[in-house]
Design a protein around this ligand. Sequence first.
Ligand code: HEC
Length: 124
Amino acid sequence: MNPLTKPVLHFLLTLVCLFLFVTIKNGAVASSDNKPEYADQLDAIVTMPADADYGEYLAGACLACHSPTGTDSIPRIHGAKKAYLAQALLEYKHKHRENSVMQGVAAALNDEDIAALVAYFSVN
Ligand code: HEC
């Protein structure tokens, strides 16, 4: 055997293990428990009474990007269901959904903000 073969194989095997570890770990979070850790938070947001005026006020910052019709790169959020919007925002907030812009936006929102925003967008 070429003296280099062993270390190279060892290295490749390590890479494969690392890849499997990451894949299994990420998959396990989603599959071992279908409820995300923020499931209760989502329920609370969707059921809490929302302040419509506050929602309209906060939405001003979203409208810079989210037009009522959406664009190729920015999805339409007007008229979407409250639970759908709230879940998407929590996914960004908890970094279960990749997008640095929306992760930054969602990080600044608390539960009351999200409730007000999704109430606003669900009817506008
Ligand atoms: C700087 C531009 C920008 C701003 C400001 C912005 N968004 Fe977004 N938003 C995006 C982009 C781009 C995406 C698509 C990201 C992706 O691919 O996951 C997105 C995705 C979303 C989604 C997921 C929609 C779907 O159907 O998957 C929601 C919900 C959302 N934004 C809500 C908001 C709310 C609420 C605000 C205001 C608090 C806001 N966004 C502000 C750019 C923006």
